[in-house]
Design a protein around this ligand. Sequence first.
Ligand code: GCO
Ligand code: MG
Length: 402
Amino acid sequence: MKIVSTRTIVTCPGRNFVTVKLETDEGVWGIGDATLNGRELAVATMLDEHVLPCLIGRDPGNIEDIWQYLYRGVYWRRGAVNMTAIAAVDTALWDIKAKCAGMPLYQLLGGKSRERVLVYGHANGRDISETVEEVARYQDMGYQAIRAQTGVPGLESTYGVSNSRTSYEPADAGLPSEHVWSSERYLNHVPRLFERLRSEFGDELHLLHDVHHRLSPIEAGRLGKALEPFHLFWLEDAVAAENQAAFRLIREHTTTPLAVGEVFNSIWDCKELIEQQLVDYIRASVVHAGGISHLKRIFDFASLYHVRSGSHGATDLSPVCMGAALHLDIAIPNFGIQEYMPHNEQTDDVFPHAYSFVNGHLFPGETAGHGVDIDEKLAAKFPYKRAYLPISRLTDGTLCNW
Ligand code: GCO
Ligand code: MG
């Protein structure tokens, strides 16, 4: 079998998505997600100009060799744009292989290690009472794990919290918006939220919280310690993780479980964190960490050190990434949890998919391949719109981590 045609499809059914489609001489095709929020066309250009032309005539069955060809063969390694492009090709190749085998992808990854995939949803409120209402609403929808975020008094807006009570979407049209951040105000406020949530909802519900890389290691230690009585499932992205050793300081101060990795794109970004057991969950995703092949390598490595998976699943990752992630989630031994933010209706129409949500869990479905397709005609009706993630500044104007 040979790859005979390739293309990149950019569409914006509410937000931008980039998709790779590979077609073979036997009429089987596969698709992969190539979306990198705020830098979408960089990946599309990388694919169109540099990656996809090298695939014509290759046997799509040689997934590992094609991965190595695109990674080692180009001299310039790693990087979000590069690894997202490789991820898209890898995901499309696994889709083709599973379709040829007539099996859902998880069968090729070793079969099911569990019956269903535990997911967490997002409850956000402008203040604590609104977050409490939202957590109750998510519980009513069947969620057994809920990420809780709240607005911080004195700060006009906070990441993760929509000002309009619609579902949260950080990317802005036009140039990036700028938000003001104060770690001190945040640190004083967040423990109050979780104290209230435990008193309202009891001990059983899994509660998670995302810090979005905002704190210093010692501040993160303080937060983890303050949250210990409310036993979080995890505290996410407490600090930026370029300096992996920084997590040691957090660990020295708290037993709150730590999660990190949504901006990682390679096993080398997680190596020290995993090997030294500085985190409990690794949150890398299929689309940003080199595809099914590389993410499985990361999770297998993590399994040696009691680190479990918790893949990023925000709405800026397309349904193609979600579909592929679910096959990995159901197959690997060290699955932890999967993030799930449902896409809007238009996105679901552009990307018909086999996965389904039932009672706090996702099921990948039994369709051959990863179970997600793209309606190209419909996709063409939603042209690309430039959008950026916001910028964050301290009260004195100093730029800080988004
Ligand atoms: C999450 C993430 C998102 C990111 C977004 C950036 O945990 O889901 O932190 O909220 O901000 O995916 O592209
Ligand atoms: Mg996050």
